[in-house]
Unconditional design. Structure first.
Length: 95
């Protein structure tokens, strides 16, 4: 079993690395409504501006140096400014 504090520390490390969201490979979001770790989970809340991004096909999380952290292919039509809620959970897996 992995200690809960260590799992939370890993989530905090991920938090420290995530600097921006990149939509569709080009639109960068660096202002987060919420960016916090609670119970081994990093929560990211950010606004997708409909006027600039009417349809999202890819969501990437990147570091300040543009290193890729995560990528997700999606199909999200954006008809109005949209608050996105994205999480990364750190969990122990047993087989």
């Amino acid at each position: 079993m992995i200690a809960a504090q260590f799992l939370n520390d890993v989530a905090a490390y991920v938090d420290s690395r995530v600097a921006k969201v990149v939509l569709n490979g080009s639109h960068e979001i660096t202002d987060f409504e919420v960016k916090a770790v609670t119970d081994n989970t990093l929560a990211l809340n950010y606004i997708i501006p409909a006027a600039e991004v009417p349809h999202v096909t890819k969501i990437e999380l990147k570091s300040e140096d543009d290193d890729l952290i995560t990528t997700n292919d999606v199909n999200l039509p954006i008809s109005s400014d949209t608050l996105m809620l994205q999480t990364i959970s750190v969990e122990e897996v047993t087989l």
